[in-house]
Design a protein around this ligand. Structure first.
Ligand SMILES: Nc1ncnc2c1ncn2[C@@H]1O[C@H](COP(=O)(O)OP(=O)(O)OP(=O)(O)O)[C@@H](O)[C@H]1O
Ligand SMILES: [Mg+2]
Length: 222
């Protein structure tokens, strides 16, 4: 099993009043390698929290998270960031790109963290842009790109370390229907190549294109 969550809970201590807030309340979930899974649920249900735990961006308060059979729920932050860099690529609703940099520079950022020799970074980033048919955007400043172009650059960045798993948090939430359809097609193609894909989405046409839909309500799977 690629991902196995057993009784995962996440409690936040809210900054405003210090009252604990249970964002996840006993999540049991398994995801196999090569699956394409949608996560749905209303605002505040805990979708992003769950995605962050799966992607080792955050740790559960309690419960067990097994990744490739190994319990990672109590790993140090340093170890988790190593796992994250190797295993996961993230795509966010608002792209999370460096707007002042060009597309090529943005796609190369994870390689810097992965300590790839500087001399190779541009070549690898260019190849990734080419694979998504957007090599023409390489030298364009991100702030000048359309939403659909930005999201393709963000997907290129998510893919650059050749992660096994793509985690996407409302990747079409800021796009019109034409661009949303294009982004969904890219995810489907990546899934057909064997990538495991987990997409948080509000949109039925995105969710319905997945193998399985998981609905979260008040920190629990329905
Ligand atoms: N860092 C944090 N500190 C405190 N509370 C948080 C934090 N992150 C999330 N929460 C709270 O945890 C709950 C779940 O939040 P989460 O962001 O996972 O929901 P979501 O399903 O992604 O919602 P949305 O659809 O609006 O993105 C919410 O009540 C939220 O306010
Ligand atoms: Mg969210």
């Amino acid at each position: 099993m690629l991902i196995e969550l057993i009784g995962i809970e996440k409690t936040y201590i809210t900054r405003r009043d210090g009252v604990p807030l249970k964002a996840l309340n006993g999540i049991n979930l398994t995801i196999k390698k090569g699956e394409m899974v949608a996560i749905k649920g209303s605002s505040g249900a805990g979708k992003s929290t769950l995605l962050h735990i799966i992607g080792c961006l955050d740790k559960p308060t309690s419960g067990i998270y097994k990744l490739d059979g190994a319990d990672v729920s109590k790993e140090s932050s340093a170890k988790l960031s190593k796992i994250r860099n190797k295993k996961f690529g993230f795509v966010m609703q608002h792209f999370a790109l460096v707007e002042e940099d060009n597309a090529l520079q943005n796609v190369g950022i994870p390689l810097l963290f992965a300590k790839t020799p500087i001399s190779q970074i541009d070549t690898l980033a260019m190849e990734q842009l080419r694979q998504l048919s957007i090599e023409n955007l390489a030298k364009q400043r991100v702030s000048k790109l359309s939403g659909g172009e930005k999201q393709r650059v963000a997907i290129a960045r998510a893919l650059i370390n050749q992660p096994e798993v793509i985690l996407a948090d409302e990747p079409t939430g800021a796009l019109d229907s034409e661009n949303s359809t294009m982004i969904l097609k890219i995810f489907k193609a990546l899934n057909a190549q064997g990538k495991t894909i987990i997409i948080v989405t509000h949109e039925d046409f995105v969710a319905n294109a997945c193998d399985r839909i998981i609905t979260i309500s008040d920190g629990r799977i329905k």
